[in-house]
Design a protein around this ligand. Structure first.
Ligand SMILES: Nc1ncnc2c1ncn2[C@@H]1O[C@H](COP(=O)(O)OP(=O)(O)O)[C@@H](O)[C@H]1O
Ligand SMILES: [Mg+2]
Length: 246
């Protein structure tokens, strides 16, 4: 398996606060990997830097060998990285089908929709996220779990090689979490490399074979979830903030 993402000495400062501090790691093509750490650890900032929503203060990010450091988000999407947001975003007054269609019209989305037809492509994605019955309604009347599915569908419409999922389980009921888990597993089985954040260790423990842990912007551990969860610094980071780990 070749390296799909290489992050080297990544640092992001917001004034006097170093949100990401000399952070380095690699992800191999086809991996299913988690990024964990308590609230405020810097997880979302790492995703913002990879997806171009923030520019790093220093360090490099390479995707498929291409230096994407500081590139605009749309260029990064066109190279094959899609992301979802911790807070759900969608086009409120478009139907669910049209929400997905917008992504299917992106550069990489078009590579598929040219062959199958945009409507067919968008419908197949909507079906794969379990929302085809709601194709004609706008997202404003959807429950939170469905909005999360829509958000993942919108990311999938850009035909990504690497999908960044920022806290896809937060605020969901247990049943909704199971639905999203199945969906993410299916995407990974289809060949998409998945990088997923969580601040509750338990949510990622049984899902991914590898997690990277961070705390106060710094790398602290990398390995199988059980091993990382028992790492002394990881335990202190979590227990110090009173977050449950099991
Ligand atoms: N745009 C910003 N301006 C100032 N501080 C920020 C900004 N974004 C994040 N931070 C700070 O950076 C730190 C890491 O935040 P974040 O990446 O959101 O952590 P996490 O996703 O792990 O909860 C926090 O202290 C947060 O307040
Ligand atoms: Mg976050």
């Amino acid at each position: 398996m070749g390296v799909i993402l290489e992050v080297k000495n990544l640092t992001k400062k917001f004034g006097g606060l170093t949100a990401v501090n000399d952070f380095s790691f690699e992800i191999k093509r086809g991996e299913f990997i988690g990024l964990i750490g308590p609230n405020g650890a810097g997880k979302t900032t790492v995703f913002n830097l990879i997806s171009g929503f923030e520019k790093p203060s220093s360090g490099r990010i390479r995707f498929n060998g291409i230096d994407i450091t500081g590139m605009k988000p749309y260029k990064i999407v066109n190279l094959g990285i899609a992301r979802t947001f911790q807070l759900v975003r969608s086009f409120k007054y478009l139907s669910l089908l049209d929400n997905i269609t917008v992504s299917c019209l992106s550069k990489r989305g078009k590579e598929v929709s040219k062959k199958t037809g945009t409507d067919n492509y968008a419908s197949s994605i909507l079906a794969s996220v379990g929302l085809i019955d709601k194709a004609r309604i706008p997202p404003i009347i959807l429950p939170h779990g469905d909005l999360r599915k829509l958000q993942i569908g919108k990311a999938v419409g850009t035909n990504p090689e690497l999908l960044l999922l920022d806290e896809p389980f937060s605020g969901l009921s247990f049943e909704e979490q199971l639905g999203i888990t199945d969906l993410i597993k299916k995407l990974h089985a289809d060949g998409v490399t998945i990088f997923i954040t969580g601040h509750v260790l338990r949510e990622l423990m049984t899902l991914v074979p590898r997690v990277i842990a961070m705390h106060q912007g710094k790398f602290i551990a990398d390995g199988p979830p059980v091993q990382v969860a028992n790492n002394k610094i990881v335990l202190e980071a979590y227990l110090g903030r009173g977050v449950k780990i099991a």
